[in-house]
Write a protein that binds this ligand. Structure first.
Ligand code: ZN
Length: 386
């Protein structure tokens, strides 16, 4: 990390907002994007400006990772299998500038206070951290006593989750219980100006998204308040999700996987993304997240744990690379699913887009390999490769 003068200019990069606008300069100052236009007459300002040569590079928003177990996760194989907290350097190296942290299966030995502290500690690296209240389980555990109060009173708590459905580790919630939690999140979100999105961990049970459809059939909760994730855990779930997207719902793909998981039916996220594009699912309804620091458990047919690995935040950009280079997905479309789409789904208005007034979170990539060259996170420059 380099200390930077108040103004920074990225000169002549090919800019993806994430919509492509061609070659332009990007002026940053005070932690915000001040201007985006070709040939900015910066020399006339007579102010110290840090110039970054963007010629031949692609500039896009810093990535928004919608699910990371920031304070560690797992523990499903006993205490020795708990996974460690996120190293912020891993996120910076992977071009990530916004992270939404969540608890997972374990809400007994891990707490929302710890999660909040872990997400706030990211700020020292320039990463903007947010947190979710609740966990896998119903009734939900919270910080202040209710989902509504957590959303209303805690600035960095922006939603609920991940609540587990179709999973043997979940609480097997009923439709009315989910509806009540979403209503609490909605009201708390309205009071505090947040989206109040509810993240749903979809397990490998055959019921797929049936419960969410039932909630939307019988209750007044808007469909866009739900964000079901792990949709690429099987082709069956991915196919079932098409009906959900046709209804207007959004879906989230998980980029972390393992050889054992793909052998047992996980669809690699890049392939799932390609498949969703081919099936005409609108970009605004698709996001991807890393599920970083989660344990990736391998269960046998009886549901007994065999072993587990730790999910990596780096898988997010690796998936973009694979989708673009190997599967020939359009870069602008692919990058939208890890920038603007998750930012909009989570109600993060100053994130996920390169536009005047947005936060100064900019990723510069070498287009040949989709490799990070530099990252500006919260207006601070991290030169990754020169
Ligand atoms: Zn999950």
């Amino acid at each position: 990390m380099h200390e930077s003068p108040p103004l920074m200019l990225i000169r002549a990069a090919t800019v993806f907002c994430p919509a492509p606008i061609g070659v332009a300069d990007i002026l940053l100052g005070g932690g915000r994007i001040l201007a985006i236009q070709p040939d900015l007459p910066i020399a006339t300002l007579a102010l110290p400006v840090k110039i970054i040569d963007g010629l031949g590079l692609w500039a896009c928003p810093g990535l928004v990772d919608g699910l990371v177990h920031v304070s560690g996760g797992g523990g499903e194989g006993g205490f020795a299998s708990r996974t460690p907290a996120l190293n912020p350097g891993d996120a910076i190296a992977a071009g990530i500038t916004s992270i939404i942290g969540a608890l997972g299966t374990d809400d007994i030995t891990r707490s929302h206070a710890d999660l909040l502290a872990a997400t706030r500690s990211l700020q020292a690296s320039g990463i903007t951290g947010y947190a979710l209240t609740g966990s896998y389980h119903v009734p939900v555990t919270t910080l202040t006593g209710s989902v509504r109060a957590d959303l209303t009173l805690i600035p960095d708590i922006i939603g609920v989750g991940e609540l587990a459905i179709a999973d043997h580790r979940g609480s097997q919630p009923e439709a009315h219980e989910l509806a009540r939690i979403a209503a609490e999140a909605r009201v708390g979100g309205m009071l505090a100006g947040k989206a109040g999105t509810v993240l749903i961990h979809v397990g490998d049970g055959d019921e797929h998204l049936r419960l969410l459809h039932a909630v939307c059939d019988a209750h007044e909760v808007p469909i866009r308040q739900w964000q079901p994730t792990h949709i690429n855990r099987s082709q069956g779930l991915l196919s079932a999700a098409l009906a959900w997207t046709r209804r207007g719902g959004s879906i989230d793909l998980t980029t972390s996987t393992t050889a054992a998981l793909t052998a047992s039916g996980d669809v690699v996220a890049a392939q799932a993304l390609h498949w969703l594009f081919a099936n005409g699912v609108p970009l605004a309804q698709i996001s991807m997240s890393s599920d970083g620091q989660a344990s990736l458990p391998h269960f046998d047919a009886e549901g007994e744990l065999l072993d587990l690995e730790v999910a990596r935040v780096g898988s997010l950009l690796e998936t973009v690379r694979s989708a673009v280079i190997e599967l020939h997905c359009a870069f602008a479309d692919t990058i939208t699913t890890v920038t603007r789409s998750p930012a909009e789904i989570w109600g993060l208005r100053s994130k996920g887009q390169l536009r005047v007034g947005a936060d100064a979170d900019v990723l510069l990539l070498d287009p040949a390999q989709i490799e990070p060259v530099a990252l500006i996170a919260g207006g601070r420059l991290h030169l990754l490769r020169q």
